[in-house]
Design a protein around this ligand. Sequence first.
Ligand SMILES: Cc1cc2nc3c(=O)[nH]c(=O)nc-3n(C[C@H](O)[C@H](O)[C@H](O)COP(=O)(O)O)c2cc1C
Ligand code: SF4
Ligand code: SF4
Length: 395
Amino acid sequence: MAEMGVEIAGIAFRNPIIAAASPLTGTARGIAKAIDSGVGGVVTHTISLLPAPEPPNPVGIRGGLLHLPTWSSRTLDEWVDGILPEARAHADRAGVPLIVSVGFTAGELEEVVPRVAKFADAIEIATNFLRPTVDPMVDAAAVVDEVISRHGNPIVKDPSALKEAILAAKRAFNGPVMVKLPPLGTEIEALARASQEAGADAIVATHSFGPVMTIDIEKAKPSFPGKDGHAWIGGTAMRAFALRNVFDIARSVSVPVVGAGGVTSAQDAVEFLMSGASAVQVATEAETKGARIYGSIVKKLSKWLDSHGYGSVREAVGVGVRNWARMQPHTYTVPVQYNPDECIGCGLCELSCHYNAIWMEGKLAVLDSDLCFGCGLCAVRCPTDALIMPPVWKE
Ligand SMILES: Cc1cc2nc3c(=O)[nH]c(=O)nc-3n(C[C@H](O)[C@H](O)[C@H](O)COP(=O)(O)O)c2cc1C
Ligand code: SF4
Ligand code: SF4
């Protein structure tokens, strides 16, 4: 059986599936349920100096969960006096690392981190509410309003607030400090490097994606009752974007990367591992289907690795990045390669080919290689490996 354990910044996890910061990990009961389901580690809902104003309930849509990217509505005292001691005891019994998520500015972290430190195996800094212009220690609701209206995280243009937050957490905590970055364009590489320079021991990518907007067509209104009709989304809809962030970060820094964004299955987790993540976090899938989903992904991941010949999770980490380095960019083997022995006669290739290069004769596809333009659509749709378009390797 594939070895499932992973090590991140010196902490051993029994498997690479980690419960992400979300309302589910905002209570001792939720954290216990995650641990009992078999998760490899838990990140608490983000704790800050002031409790978050109660946000509207998340709204489920096709492809994810719309929500506001806020933090825990429990007070720091509630966390320190009740939730964290209970969660710590449960984590110790199971031997599962407890990562305490904290936010946001250096000033807040200086007060929050010393109080939560004794319960934490690692600290994770949430960065989606860094650098507000209103004072976060005075008016949490004003901070939420500002961040939601401003569209874009100011740490992208000026990472000094991010660095200060990391340094503050490092001063207050004698253990690994992880930084969770927002999903970004190519700026993500510079931000990841800035995090590493400031002393981050691991990078988590990413927070949920936003702002977005979808319409509930039956009710003819935006699906989420947010300010401006906007919301943030976690789940399948953001996975390709989060994967690209992980892939780019993994090539830019030497500290470990933890992926998050649209992990709903073992296969999704493998995609993140192959993109360079040492572990993955799951929020939306567990929020919508319950904590047992963590354990289900762990079991299926183990089976997937076994059935694909991987002796350990570590063997899968970064394999996609390494293979990318061997690929000739923007080139494929043209014409498409066709193996009639694998054809099951479904006819999907004929429907996809706009060049009339492949058609059905009875229950068998027939390819005219001279007409093939190499668009690859038939290979995408073919349910077997009858049609393939391998990349061109550099060697
Ligand atoms: C309802 C909800 C609340 C969340 N709250 C937090 C939070 O307090 N702190 C944080 O760092 N991330 C928070 N997240 C973001 C998730 O941890 C995760 O990064 C993101 O949703 C992408 O992962 P997913 O597709 O598995 O949901 C929240 C996500 C959801 C859906
Ligand atoms: S899509 Fe694949 S399996 Fe289906 S007819 Fe074409 S070659 Fe055969
Ligand atoms: S690769 Fe494109 S052009 Fe070639 S046979 Fe397939 S669909 Fe037609």
